[in-house]
Design a protein around this ligand. Structure first.
Ligand code: CUA
Length: 290
């Protein structure tokens, strides 16, 4: 720009031309070359897009459920995902077989979420009220990050997971493990606390840490205040009711919390019993030593 300012500056004896000059070979060049580049980019993009959209036959199908604020995965044999500890939190793990086409059937039970595995270059919205699909073929064993990439409320940034790509052998073992639920009520309750997603809102730390929902710790056997000003005994019946009909008796101070979904039809009686056992056990741990 500076060069042209200097070259065509106003000076005695110099007259600029008022008309634009043409240079046909130059104009053809700067039209044809970019056109070819754009067509090439479109072609590559279209082929890639169609490949992502057309789901092949014979895939390993896995159900993905998004919920404030956790991912859960159900395998073809009905088993559910395991967890891995990351700092204070338990992160869900999706195990996948290497070199097999995988299809995810995804649904959300509340708001819009988005499933994203950066290493696989795959991302798709998970929309309430409909299924959305995603397929890919993991080609390298390893552990990869999974994110929710749609802002979905208080703990959106904690809605993460790990994707573990394993050998065919390893995948078979993971499937076997996924259908088991411990017989022991306390172990079962501790697993369900993570599996059902309670842990993403109701913290169970020793001090009864305040999360998006009331803590699992520090209330058992006491009388607790409710949002509507009344009181209720925190016992088996209150816990059961709060799982099946969470809005019936909201705890004081949590009236503006994101509403919890009912677990009617998603949790069996024996599982509720296990959760109650788990909540009780926390109270014993927290009790001061004699
Ligand atoms: Cu789910 Cu952000």
């Amino acid at each position: 720009m500076i060069y042209f300012m200097w070259k065509f500056r106003d000076r005695p004896g110099y007259r600029g031309s008022p008309e634009a000059l043409h240079n046909t070979p130059l104009e053809i060049t700067w039209t044809v070359i970019p056109t070819l580049i754009v067509v090439w980019i479109f072609w590559e993009g279209a082929v890639g897009y169609l490949d992502m959209t057309r789901i092949p036959k014979g895939t390993v199908d896995i159900n993905v459920t998004a919920e404030k604020w956790k991912w859960s995965f159900k395998y073809e044999n009905g088993g559910q995902n395991s967890f891995v500890k990351m700092g204070e939190n338990d992160i869900p793990v999706l195990v996948l077989p290497v070199n097999q086409d995988v299809k995810l059937i995804m649904q959300s039970v509340d708001v819009l979420h988005s499933f994203y595995i950066p290493a696989f270059r795959v991302k798709r919205d998970v929309v309430p009220g409909r299924y959305s699909y995603l397929w890919f073929r993991p080609t390298k064993e390893g552990v990869y990050d999974l994110f929710c990439t749609e802002y979905c409320g208080d703990s959106h940034s904690k809605m993460i997971g790990k994707v573990e790509v394993v050998s065919q052998e390893g995948y078979k073992k993971a499937l076997e493990k996924a259908i088991q639920e411990p017989e022991d009520p306390l172990e079962r309750g501790a697993l369900l606390y993570k599996r059902l997603g309670c842990s993403s809102c109701h913290y169970a730390g020793k001090e009864g840490a305040k999360g998006p929902g009331p803590s699992y710790n520090g209330s058992w056997g006491k009388t607790v205040q409710l949002e509507n000003g009344s009181e209720v005994a925190f016992d088996e019946n209150y816990v059961r009711e709060s799982i099946l009909n969470p809005q019936a008796k909201a705890r004081k101070g949590y009236g503006s919390a994101s509403p919890m979904n009912s677990y009617v039809g998603r949790v069996k009686d024996v599982q509720i019993d296990a959760l109650i056992t788990f909540i009780k056990s926390l109270e014993q741990e927290a009790a001061p030593a004699k």
